[in-house]
Design a protein around this ligand. Structure first.
Ligand code: MN
Ligand code: MG
Length: 380
């Protein structure tokens, strides 16, 4: 039932208003239902909701630059509308990105090849993310496509930390001795509200990984400048260090798909990564698929209905902003130590495909995200 394809353009360009129907409720925050973990948490229990975007590939506007037309299937401006709702449903929430940010559409190429990315310049995907408000992000393989200087200048503008554990400018005897390109992990100090309304300190450890195959895919940029390590071996080295540093829970940002159960230097290492002791939840990506969901087969390790890998909650939020990944954790404090006592994994789509193959938008773009990137969009 969507006829007009240009509501965002008209919003910014003035009076050429268009009419459009969105399926989603127009309910305000007062009608948003609390998630059961938030509604039923007892004293000493806290609901922590962790949201994931992945493989955005510079898609901020719901726009197909090749067809020069608005579309309903992509764009962080749309995903951001879900984020606002989802934050309202939970007592405590965090937002993470899983990488492949700065390359992948004409706006990315415009910045890389025409406008340029000098020190101090802002990359539009980072500008958009700063508006949405992320807690941390990792680095995807495509972040290396334009070279290291472009990458470092792009990420420098973020108001959230980037983490990446398995890429180093100088390798030592083991991962913990490496000089990593980005900090391998962060431990974020957060205050969570429990079921009785009491506040607790929570240290959330976040560690990131990218496929070691970047050395082949972007050899001209990387050879002689960085070295890579196996994702799982790197995790086994750093996760105990994160625990020693006080992390109450640990979330892995795995820019890596859900693939084989074992192997050396795996491109898609999220299954063995989930088995690493100390990791509580896995954000996956790189495959451009949706998890939980029917595109993955059930195995002894992977439950594609429940959204678990080795029994731990995992998500993959599609690509280009198509979905938001959501992991809900119910945490319980026992003698000062937090543990996950219950969890759920889900995704939320920004659009749906109808039986006649038409597309219905499920959310409307968040105007401030569009406005932050309007000039880069128009120039593209
Ligand atoms: Mn990707
Ligand atoms: Mg990728």
């Amino acid at each position: 039932n969507i006829k007009n394809r240009e509501p965002e353009m008209s919003r910014l360009k003035g009076p050429a208003m268009s009419r459009r129907t969105f399926l989603s409720t127009t309910a305000g925050a007062s009608l948003i239902a609390l998630h059961p973990f938030s509604a039923h948490a007892s004293a000493g229990q806290a609901h922590l909701r962790i949201m994931e975007t992945t493989d955005l590939h510079v898609h901020v506007w719901p726009y197909d630059y090749y067809g020069d037309r608005a579309v309903d299937t992509v764009g962080l401006a749309r995903t951001a509308a879900h984020i606002s709702d989802i934050r309202a449903e939970a007592s405590n929430s965090m937002l993470l990105d899983n990488g492949d940010l700065i390359q992948g559409n004409p706006m990315g190429d415009y910045i890389a090849y025409e406008r340029g990315m000098k020190a101090g310049d802002m990359h539009p995907i980072i500008e958009a993310m700063n508006v949405v408000g992320f807690d941390a992000a990792t680095i995807g393989n495509h972040e290396f496509n334009y070279g290291l200087e472009f990458l470092m200048n792009s990420t420098a503008g973020s108001n959230f930390p980037f983490v990446l554990a398995n890429v180093a400018t100088a390798q030592g005897a083991g991962p913990r001795d490496d000089t990593t390109l980005f900090q391998p992990y962060v431990i974020l100090d957060r205050t969570v509200v429990d079921g009785s309304g009491a506040e607790h300190a929570l240290k959330v450890g976040i560690i990131g990984f990218t496929p070691p195959q970047i050395m082949n895919w972007d050899r001209k940029h990387l050879e002689g400048n960085v070295e890579v390590r196996d994702i799982v071996a790197t995790a086994k080295a750093f996760v105990p260090q994160m625990k020693e540093a006080g992390a109450d829970i640990i979330i892995a940002l795995s820019h890596s798909g859900i693939g084989p159960e074992s192997g050396e230097m795996l491109e898609n290492a999220s299954v063995p990564l989930a088995a690493v002791e100390g990791i509580d939840a896995i954000m996956t990506g790189h495959h451009h698929l949706v998890f939980p969901g029917p595109r993955y087969e059930a195995t002894s390790a992977v439950d594609p209905e429940k959204g678990t890998i080795h029994g731990k909650p995992a998500v993959m939020g599609g690509f280009w902003g198509s979905h938001l990944g959501v992991i809900d954790l119910l945490l319980e404090n026992e003698g000062g130590a937090w543990r996950v006592v219950s969890h759920e994994s889900a995704t939320r789509a920004i659009s749906k495909r109808n039986e006649d193959r038409s597309i219905t938008a499920l959310v409307e773009s968040q105007p401030d995200v569009l406005e932050a990137t309007a000039s880069a969009h128009e120039e593209t």
